[in-house]
Design a protein around this ligand. Structure first.
Ligand code: ZN
Length: 98
């Protein structure tokens, strides 16, 4: 498998470190249900077939954190995004549809 880093170009999988599901959000530690939320966050994960959004770290390259959308059965990669850009887009206020 090869990953196209937005900064370095296409590189071997050997240069990257997998870091888990990119869709889970860290719970609010101040929440009254924080303990249960952190247990679910840490241990309860699904593993459905199809496309997954995954966090990868370019450890032997530019040290960028990436969100890779990959088919778990085929390993086909459909997109590679810089994780910082994804986080900023998720944090941005929703646009008014007008
Ligand atoms: Zn890179």
């Amino acid at each position: 498998m090869r990953i196209a880093c937005p900064y370095c170009g296409e590189r071997s999988l050997d240069e990257f470190v997998y870091s888990g599901d990119a869709t889970v959000k860290r719970p609010d530690a101040a929440s009254p249900t924080a303990m249960e939320d952190f247990v679910r966050y840490s241990f309860e994960r699904t593993n459905p077939p199809g496309m997954h959004r995954e966090l990868w770290y370019h450890a032997a390259g530019c040290h960028a954190w990436l969100v890779v959308t990959r088919g778990v059965a085929t390993h086909a990669i459909t997109s590679v995004e810089v994780a910082r850009d994804v986080a900023r887009a998720d944090a941005a206020p929703a646009k008014d549809p007008a």
